[in-house]
Design a protein around this ligand. Structure first.
Ligand code: FBP
Length: 555
């Protein structure tokens, strides 16, 4: 395969490692710290995960491990799970390099197409040649990804049968909150069956919502937000050049608004909606539209009939009346799944749910444009999530703002020219070449995952922190997966899942945004971050996100 000049150049990039992992694996000690417990639903989680509940956080350091254990010949299976995120291939490279360094006879198997690959035993050998071809590249195409939820007894049996057939010592799941829920459940299942097969997770997702005290960020967030910020900055400059459009830019990130917040800090748009704030302030759709229309009218009064609005992908679910509607839809679709699936037209589907909704939700549903109503009824993903990437929230808002401005104009509160463009930035950010930060972070996470396997642990999430410092000072370790879980309603049932970390409205990144946004609403001083730099001075090429920098400042 012919590779691009950039790919060729990136092949020789050597990711940096924390000092504690730089030597041989038998020189890595594993200190068990205090027990890590979930912040809520403890009794239920203890009952569901009796063998992996209450384990300690661990820290890897320079020291000595049991050499026989560390250098054991192992077969490890790896799964890339959920949406792609830049750096996944470097995680695999980190796992591979660490296990081969410990024992050159060890073997890495890649399960194809996500967790379903383990269930159905679809796998391939990952050898050095394959690793070399994918170092520092974006994408998950080395082995593919998928979103299968492992939950039926038959799926567990099949996963175990595959693991035994392939002689696996460990399974490493590289995934987001749902995928690591799979990892937690699998670890418990193997332990309950007395099978000595480790299950270790790696925190992936561009959404940035898989984090905690010890997981400072998920990988992929850095690269994806840099790419979206570049594009949003360019769009803002185009708006200021053409002076005729308001741009409504929806940004990926299923539920949490971390991506939107980071892009706002980078670009300084006229409006950026933060779903978590909207939920906390119980702002309805009408109030949100009013806020945007006020910014448009204010700018029009200065002769500036252009601007940029950033909209988080999952916004609708955080608007109180929409959340009630979506919850009701989820229950209806789960309860009457077969009857609903038998319907073949949008109009029939809309009528079907319309009859079953409460009076308030049915009134709201009726007022939404027909294409949005249809999009709200599209299939949930295998984990029960509404697929917000497919709902055109940016269009809904732009159209509603247009209607509100017409009203303002009638009242004499708006004199201006209204025209808009809509964009969705999502898929284009998930497979970019990882930034230097993500290339290093991913490699370190993979290396750490291998070291956790070598320490005989199961049910842990690989953790690398102190990420604002030089990579040599990063701290590697692991956090028990169950400590990150809570109970949530999915597919009409209560389920134990890894808790999504939403934007902290008390946190420093949000405070920085909230302080500046009133000025941004009327100003055209957009900030244009430009493209990701892979080479050049560290202050340009190795910059972490504003979110990470400000969060560290707040510690
Ligand atoms: P993960 O949580 O699996 O990392 O997925 C992230 C994401 O990119 C979301 O931001 C988005 O809503 C979703 O995947 C889209 O999923 P799909 O690739 O199935 O369309």
């Amino acid at each position: 395969m012919e590779v691009s000049p950039l790919q060729k150049a990136r092949m020789s990039y050597l990711p940096k490692l924390p000092a504690s992992l730089a030597g041989p694996i038998e020189g890595v000690s594993c200190a068990r710290l205090e027990a890590a417990l979930p912040s809520e639903d403890r009794e239920l989680l203890r009952a569901l995960f009796p063998r992996t509940y209450g384990m300690p956080t661990v820290r890897l350091g320079s020291g000595s491990a049991d050499p026989a254990m560390a250098k054991k010949r192992r077969t490890i299976g790896v799964i890339l799970s959920g949406g792609p995120a830049p750096g996944g291939h470097n995680v695999v490279a980190g796992i591979f390099d660490a296990m081969i360094q410990a024992n050159p006879e060890s073997r890495l198997l890649g399960f194809r197409g996500g967790p379903g690959g383990l269930v159905d035993d679809r796998c391939m050998d990952i050898d050095r040649a394959l690793i070399e071809a994918y170092r520092n590249t974006g994408g998950f195409d080395m082995i593919g990804s998928g979103r299968t939820k492992i939950e039926t007894p038959e799926q567990f049996e099949k996963a175990l049968a595959t693991a035994k057939r392939r002689g696996l010592d460990a399974v490493i799941v590289i995934g987001g909150d749902d995928s690591n829920t799979n990892a937690a459940v699998l670890a418990e299942y193997f332990a309950a069956r007395g099978e000595p097969i480790s299950v270790i997770g790696v925190p992936k997702t561009i959404d940035g919502d898989l984090k905690s005290e010890v997981i400072e960020t998920s990988f992929g967030f850095d690269t994806a937000t840099k790419l979206y910020s570049e594009l949003a900055g360019n769009i803002a400059r185009d708006a200021a050049s053409g002076r005729k459009y308001w741009h409504f830019v929806k940004l990926m990130g299923r539920s949490a608004s971390h991506i939107t917040l980071e892009c706002a800090l980078q670009v300084r748009p006229n409006v950026a909606l933060i779903s978590e704030e909207i939920e906390a302030k119980k702002l309805g759709l009408s109030a949100i539209v009013g806020n945007i229309a006020d910014s448009v009218a204010g700018r029009a009064a200065k002769g500036e009939n252009f601007g940029i609005v950033l909209v988080p992908e999952g916004l609708l679910e955080f608007i109180p009346e929409m959340k009630v509607l979506i919850d009701e839809l989820n229950e209806i679709l789960a309860a009457d799944e077969e009857a609903f699936k038998a319907l073949s037209h949008d109009a029939q589907r809309i009528a079907f749910v319309g009859e079953r909704l409460s009076h308030e939700s049915s009134t709201l549903f009726d007022h939404l444009p027909e294409d949005i109503r249809a999009q709200l009824l599209w299939d949930r993903d295998p984990h029960g999530n509404v697929q917000f990437s497919r709902i055109e929230t940016e269009k809904l808002l732009a159209e509603m703002v247009g209607r509100r401005l017409a009203l303002y104009a009638k009242q004499g509160d708006y004199v201006g020219k209204w025209d808009f463009q809509t964009h969705f930035l999502g898929y284009e950010g998930r497979c970019a070449f990882p930034s230097n930060f993500d290339a290093d972070y991913c490699y370190a996470l993979g290396y750490t995952a291998s070291a956790l396997v070598a320490a005989g642990l199961t049910g842990y999430l690989s953790s690398v922190r102190n990420l604002i410092a030089a990579a040599s000072e990063w701290i590697a370790g692991g956090v028990p997966l169950v400590a990150l879980m809570n109970i949530e309603r999915r597919h009409g049932q209560d389920k134990a899942v890894i808790r999504k970390a939403l934007v902290d409205l008390e946190g420093v990144p949000f405070a920085a945004f909230a302080k500046a946004r009133d000025a941004w609403a009327l100003s055209s001083d957009y900030r244009v971050p430009g493209g990701i730099q892979y080479f050049g001075p560290a202050e340009v090429a190795d910059l972490p996100t504003e979110t990470l920098r400000l969060e560290h400042k707040g510690r």
